[in-house]
Design a protein around this ligand. Sequence first.
Ligand code: GLU
Length: 308
Amino acid sequence: MSPPPGAGRYAPSPSGDLHLGNLRTALLAWLFARTEGRAFLLRIEDMDRVRPGAEARQLRDLARLGITFDPPAIRQTDRLPAYERALASLSEQGLVYECFCTRREISEAASAPHHTLRPDGAYPGTCRTLTPGERAARRTLRPAALRLRVPEGVVTHTVTDRLAGEVTAMVDDLVLRRNDGVYAYNLAVVIDDAFQQVGQVVRGDDLLTSAPRQAYLAGLLGLPIPEYVHVPLVVAPSGTRLAKRDGAVTLADLAPHGWTPDRVRSLLAVSLGLAGPGEAVTMEDLAARFDPGGIPREPWRVDPAALT
Ligand code: GLU
């Protein structure tokens, strides 16, 4: 008998209430996992930008839609020793260095005339070759961030996404720990997905170009690479990614206008081609109808003004 497939997961950052875009991505992640016999796990990505009360409201809203999780849930602020260990293991391999650059210094160095060896947007490597004396002097000025020393300098790395196909992106000396001591998302996500035995990452396609760097880092750490499924975002009529300022886009905003969680589930299902307009559907109905090959490939354009 083959082992059960790796888990699916949803990994919200408790920076505010979930909006229709977040909820639709969570619903898709649930559908992919549940229809493929995968466990579905929750991870609270609470290392940064936490708003008091947001986590509880996010969990309540997910539950109201019927998006359920298997235990145990984890939170990133409980996982700091694991990130520290991973950093130590990279460091032992000579793959970590201190970086003292400000954002401004990076953009100035990147636009200097001699900067011809690295592609646009790559860290220009300023602190890669500092001598111990130069590092000691800079430490007295400001705390260091820690960067990955990509052994080859800059590389491109390719992952296969279930919807987008082969995706190649540049991997440069990415930040592993910021200079305020917070571990970088790219490091934490790789370690946590492996720890939770995640085999499938379903998330918004704004993170598509991060997948190659995460997979590259996983390779350096000897961790398995999950299947990636980057799903289309939800956009406002202006064409920009949906945000809370676009109007009534959370369950709490929509409730006074008659949008019960059941009606919102139906709205999301219609947007995915899984229900007819206004049709009441349960999560079980959606799981029975779900066809991964049939999910819309274009962003879902939603007009919050039309919902109120
Ligand atoms: N915490 C991230 C977010 O809310 C998601 C990261 C991920 O799914 O890898 O945007």
